[in-house]
Design a protein around this ligand. Structure first.
Ligand SMILES: Nc1ncnc2c1ncn2[C@@H]1O[C@H](COP(=O)(O)OP(=O)(O)OP(=O)(O)O)[C@@H](O)[C@H]1O
Ligand SMILES: [Mg+2]
Length: 367
């Protein structure tokens, strides 16, 4: 059983820091996902774990042992690289045996491992093919297989499904999730795709600009984002952000954005006041938490439909609300939404319990 713990890891190339103070833990047997935009430092962080990145600070602890100074070869970690290179002159079988030969694994043991991995990845009939005779998705499976046969303690995958088309990607990710559960190998999986991160990980680590923004379960990340970056990254369509000012109304705190006034739940109002910030905030409202109101009241405002978009069993409605454009999402069979047409007037109803409040300057979550 092997846990991986990063403590204040820093990586710099030629004095330029690209990972700063990264701290998180991948529990033994866990499938954690590292998600972030291109250039956010994901590959650099994986390479710090393998020992190939120039670390300028912090510690990497594997299974309770500090491996920070250890050479890569001594760490029992297998990585599937972003641009995986299969040996073109070797068959699938030979590609898989190559690292085992290097590690002097006896022939009978090699046979057993190759057979098992071929079955797991459904590649038995392809073992004698060369990479050029395989599709992109099959080649990707060979790359994953080459890491699997080593039976490492830690499995790191850098965008392993990147080369696949959208449909195959979705199939491959459920296959991978089930495979990881069967093997129980501690795994850190890198992607820039928020939907893939949500679907796969029991833990998600969000990275931006080399800094860990939040670590949490998919639900925590979605429902309780730490800042506007995380809030905006997850969800499709993404969260609406509305500039607002705060007003006190007796005990209550009211957030006002154009024609919309939302009385914040007491707990949220207290947190926002306790933060002692300026009254300029950003409200975060997910499209599925906005509905069409029947009659005027608090948390409701009249807007005008800009455009409607049917998407499968959902419908998206963009509404002009004062200066802002707000997107709502509902079910296709909700007649109140589905029958709307551009320029219709609509009473927009925001659920106050689901409104998030962020500091407009720093983007940090206030309540
Ligand atoms: N060997 C290197 N030498 C100098 N700079 C590097 C090196 N490798 C990466 N960088 C820089 O470090 C930053 C982070 O790169 P990294 O490859 O870790 O990002 P990433 O999140 O994996 O991006 P992507 O999603 O595009 O793969 C980038 O600004 C990149 O240009
Ligand atoms: Mg990368």
């Amino acid at each position: 059983m092997t846990q991986v713990r990063l403590e204040n890891v820093r990586v710099a190339y030629d004095g330029r820091e690209v990972v700063r103070d990264a701290s998180f833990t991948v529990e033994s047997g866990e499938l954690a996902v590292l998600v972030g935009r291109s250039g956010s430092g994901k590959t650099s962080l994986l390479r710090a774990i393998t020992g190939y990145a120039p670390m300028t600070g912090g510690r990497v602890v594997v299974g309770g042992t500090d491996v920070t100074g250890q050479p890569p070869a001594k760490r029992d970690i297998a990585m599937v690289f972003q641009s995986y290179a299969l040996y073109p002159h070797m068959t699938v079988d030979e590609n898989w045996r190559f690292p085992l030969e290097a590690a002097k694994v006896p022939k009978a043991e090699q046979d057993a491992r190759v057979t098992r991995v071929a079955e797991t990845l459904q590649m038995r009939r392809l073992l004698n093919r060369y990479p050029r005779e395989l599709s992109g998705g099959q080649q990707q499976r060979v790359a994953i297989g080459r890491a699997l046969v080593r039976q490492p303690q830690i499995f790191l995958l850098d965008e392993p499904l990147g080369a696949l088309d959208a449909k195959l990607r979705v199939e491959a990710r459920s296959a991978f999730k089930s495979l990881q559960r069967d093997l129980g190998t501690t795994t850190l999986y890198v992607t820039h795709d928020q939907a893939e991160a949500q679907a796969l990980g029991s833990k998600i680590v969000v990275l931006d600009g080399g800094v860990v923004q939040q670590v949490g379960s998919p639900d925590e990340i979605y429902d309780d984002p730490a800042n506007t970056f995380v809030a905006g990254l997850f969800g499709s369509p993404p969260m609406n952000f509305l500039p607002a000012t705060l007003e006190r109304d007796g005990e209550a705190v009211v957030a006002r954005s154009g024609p919309l006034a939302v009385a914040l739940p007491a707990v949220v109002g207290q947190k926002v006041l306790a933060a002692g910030v300026a009254d300029q905030v950003t409200l975060g409202v997910r499209p599925e938490t906005i509905s069409r109101g029947a009659e005027p009241g608090p948390g409701r405002a009249v807007g005008r439909v800009y455009v409607t978009e049917p998407i499968g069993h959902n419908v998206l409605v963009d509404v002009r609300l004062g200066q802002e454009l707000v997107r709502m999402r509902g079910h296709r069979d909700d007649d109140l939404l589905a029958r709307l047409a551009p320029d219709d007037e609509i009473l927009v109803a925001v659920d106050p319990a689901r409104v998030l409040v962020f500091d407009r300057g720093s983007g940090a979550r206030l309540g």
